[in-house]
Design a binder for this molecule. Structure first.
Ligand code: SF4
Length: 343
């Protein structure tokens, strides 16, 4: 049986580098600044979770990496490097071949990613042939069955149409397809959002196993802090289009630094505690078309200081191998401008 091996790449070097990325939605009323100056590096085999409320820019960022944004969305500034290649410099055909082979996407709407009138087997084979693989029918069939088995699906799923599969099965097909060419990076955009809790766990366990087997780096986009914390090595917290904290998962779960991260963690109910009501984060995120000056979290921040309203803080290193965009951690500001404005 034919098997594709994970290809060689630097085992410890950067696989993905995002540099000062800005994405705008250009509307008649002005530019909606959906992603604002995002910078981070992901090494081979790392698992990064991007979390934040709806509209914080995490899915836009994921689609920007895939170069799947459609107008009116536009990358207006920045660079995206995947294993040494600038994705923004590739032409459409080069980018088409890069998708699936080097970077693949597992979407939140698995049904939308599947062709409703093609059997599962034919869809996966189509993707392989589209990237130049020429095997016999039997070899393709054997490989598809091995991919399906690897995500916990019976071989009979190969001959099914998408509508014959449950939501969890469709998501498994999405993962089988995403790993078919052993990409360097897998982006999973809220892969469990439409699934019940038990199936969510199964899908995340499968994704984790696939990541270990292939050695790919993974970006998991999600808003369920509890779920992503069990999967990720690192967590990036996004607010209003910016990364406001980037931290190893244990550190952010046990000791979040940014006030928004703290509120996100507090909002996750623990198993042992009984809550009368779920804890939410008061207030609303800002309109990204009409940004005020200063820290955009200030109107909702229990620790906001006068200085916070003047200039937006940038993501800076703090103790413990983490980065935070907050003046509480910039000594000169926290010592000299300590008046709280939302106290
Ligand atoms: Fe709160 Fe100020 Fe930090 Fe913004 S910079 S999160 S307003 S303390």
């Amino acid at each position: 049986m034919r098997v594709l091996q994970a290809r060689d790449w630097e085992s410890s070097g950067p696989i993905l580098q995002i540099k000062n990325l800005h994405v705008h939605y250009l509307t008649a009323d002005g530019a909606v600044q959906a992603v604002r100056g995002v910078d981070f590096t992901l090494n081979a085999g790392q698992r990064l979770a991007l979390v934040g409320e709806s509209g914080c820019g995490k899915t836009t960022l994921a689609l920007a990496i895939m170069r799947l944004l459609r107008p009116p969305a536009q990358i207006v500034e920045g660079e995206i490097w995947l294993d040494g290649r600038n994705l923004l410099a590739l032409n459409d055909e080069e980018m088409r071949l890069t998708r699936l082979a080097d970077v693949s996407l597992v979407t939140q709407a698995a049904m939308n990613a599947l062709n409703p009138v093609m059997r599962i087997e034919d869809q996966i084979i189509d993707g392989l042939q589209d990237h130049g693989i020429q095997w016999s029918k039997d070899e393709f069939g054997g490989y598809v069955r091995s991919l399906l088995a690897n995500v916990g699906l019976d071989a009979s799923a190969a001959r099914m149409f998408p509508h014959e599969l449950s939501g969890g099965m469709k998501q498994r097909v999405g993962m089988a397809t995403a790993t078919a060419l052993k990409p360097k990076l897998i982006i999973a955009d809220e892969p469990t959002s439409a699934l019940d809790v038990v199936v969510q766990r199964q899908v995340m366990t499968t994704l984790g196993r696939l990541q270990r087997e292939t050695g790919a780096a993974v970006i998991l986009v999600g808003h369920d802090m509890g779920l992503v914390a069990q999967f990720a090595d690192w967590v990036g917290v996004m607010y209003a289009g910016k990364l406001v904290e980037l931290s190893p998962v244990e550190q952010i779960v046990q000791d979040p630094q940014h006030p928004y991260s703290k509120l996100l963690i507090q909002s996750v109910p623990g198993l042992e505690e009984k809550r009368e009501r779920l804890i939410g984060i008061p207030g609303m995120p800002p309109r990204l078309i009409d940004l005020p000056s200063g820290c955009l979290f200030a109107p909702r921040c229990p620790s906001a200081m006068e200085h916070c309203l003047q200039t937006e803080p940038s993501l800076e290193p703090v103790a413990g191998n983490r980065q935070v965009a907050c003046y509480l951690y910039a000594e000169s500001y926290s010592q000299n401008n300590g008046a709280e404005v939302n106290a």
